[in-house]
Design a protein around this ligand. Sequence first.
Ligand SMILES: C[S@@+](CC[C@H](N)C(=O)[O-])C[C@H]1O[C@@H](n2cnc3c(N)ncnc32)[C@H](O)[C@@H]1O
Length: 221
Amino acid sequence: MTELGYKRKLRADDPYTDAAYLEGRYDEPVAIERLFAEAPAGFAIEVEIGGGRGNFAFERLAFDPEVRLLGLEIRKKWATIVDRKLRALGLGGRGRCYAEDARIALPRLQPSGRVRAVFLSFPDPWWKKRHEKRLVLGEGVQAEIERLLMPGGELFVQTDVEHRFEQYKAFLDTRAALAPKGDLPGDPRLAENPYGARSPREKRALADGLPIYRLRYEKRA
Ligand SMILES: C[S@@+](CC[C@H](N)C(=O)[O-])C[C@H]1O[C@@H](n2cnc3c(N)ncnc32)[C@H](O)[C@@H]1O
């Protein structure tokens, strides 16, 4: 364990030494608004968990100039490449991707009720029973998502694994803090992605003609 509380790989030939991490110890609060250099009053903050190669972030920021997007990606390689690309695209003031485990980073973010939307695209693609303990979308992360969302704030989840979709829906339908916000009243299912941005896996699934299962909920007032 490092002084930050968890292991970070340090190698002499590490090509990702410029990886971005949230400042401070793993148990210290982080003011979410301070993560963005260009921050007019009342700006919208959105969070993407596990963005992988990052396409969703680039397209989301281009689609809505009001948005500030915080990415949390556990794989240092992808977090670093995405964070570099955000800067190269001139979007570094509005979008950041930190090499962080969402399970550790989300509880640090403050204040509660500041986030307009949380996106999870194609998380947890494994299906074996022994992989259940690795699920990102479990009680701990979900409680933090609900804490961070503002009233009316949205949680968007999409997957191409039908079993995972059923599992997420059954889980999220029980959450007292959430109300379904899909295409039909009282139902969280969405046929399309309404955020003007595609994740890498979403693009591939569309190109391959695979079904994509989408869910949207909003935080109750
Ligand atoms: C199947 S990939 C999907 C990537 C991208 N969202 C897409 O749709 O193409 C799942 C991603 O979640 C990331 N991930 C898994 N567990 C995570 C965690 N605890 N915190 C942050 N990211 C995580 C993985 O590293 C991976 O990039």
